[in-house]
Write a protein that binds this ligand. Structure first.
Ligand code: ZN
Length: 217
């Protein structure tokens, strides 16, 4: 059986309570993993997405919840992951800022800064840029709601210390075959979260070091 971060850290009783000022804290209680994050929305986050009645900020947050929350089979147990996204403007806690640009045509779909490899730490503030448009993409250039939500969840994965799995495949000698093609950290547009993805996230939090899929340290 694969040894995951959960077994190594005695996860059933452990709380990865980093620090009350950390942007992201992890609570492990019983069979439930709660990711508690201090999120700040910025930019055009109140702008509405087409006629859905939802703002871009709503889409970004619901994307993180919809993609990450769920039940995962880990070490012989079904574990429930919950996303507790707290928005407390003006508090002194570090935050994950999600900056939304719903107005400009740009070349990148999204970016997460200071969250990859050596520069990531679990406690520090994180910064995500989300763009609503990409030239020549999906006809009008506007991302579909599901694409936007998935991308938000993918970038949030970086905020939790996970590298791109597609970079893992090409840059670190890990066979592509061990990473699902539709893993969210490989396919930001339409992927989903696997148990392995959650396990890598927990390792990043526990070791306070960003993680790719195979190397855990
Ligand atoms: Zn990425």
């Amino acid at each position: 059986m694969e040894t995951t971060g959960l077994t190594r850290v005695g996860w059933k009783t452990l709380t990865i309570m980093n620090n009350q000022r950390d942007a992201i804290n992890i609570f492990l209680q019983g069979d439930t993993i709660t990711v508690n994050a201090n999120v700040k929305l910025a930019g055009n986050h109140t702008a509405g997405y087409l006629a859905t009645g939802l703002s871009y900020g709503d889409l970004a947050l619901s994307g993180i919840k919809d993609l990450w929350e769920g039940k995962y089979w880990m070490d012989g147990l079904w574990v429930e992951l919950k996303m507790d996204l707290v928005q407390s403007a003006g508090n002194r806690r570090n935050s994950v800022t999600i900056n939304i640009d719903a107005t400009q045509i740009v070349t990148e779909g999204a970016n997460a800064y200071n969250e990859k490899r050596g520069s990531w730490s679990k406690g520090g503030s994180k910064y995500i840029d989300m763009y609503a448009y990409k030239p020549d993409y999906e006809g009008s250039g506007l991302y579909s709601a599901s694409h936007f939500k998935n991308t938000s969840a993918h970038e949030f994965g970086h905020s939790m210390g996970i590298w791109d799995f597609y970079e893992t495949s090409t840059m670190y000698g890990v066979p592509e075959s061990i990473v699902a093609r539709d893993d969210l950290m490989r396919d930001s547009a339409s992927g989903r979260v696997y148990s392995k993805t959650v396990s890598v996230m927990l390792d990043a939090m526990w070791f306070n070091k960003s993680q790719e899929l195979r190397t855990r340290k």
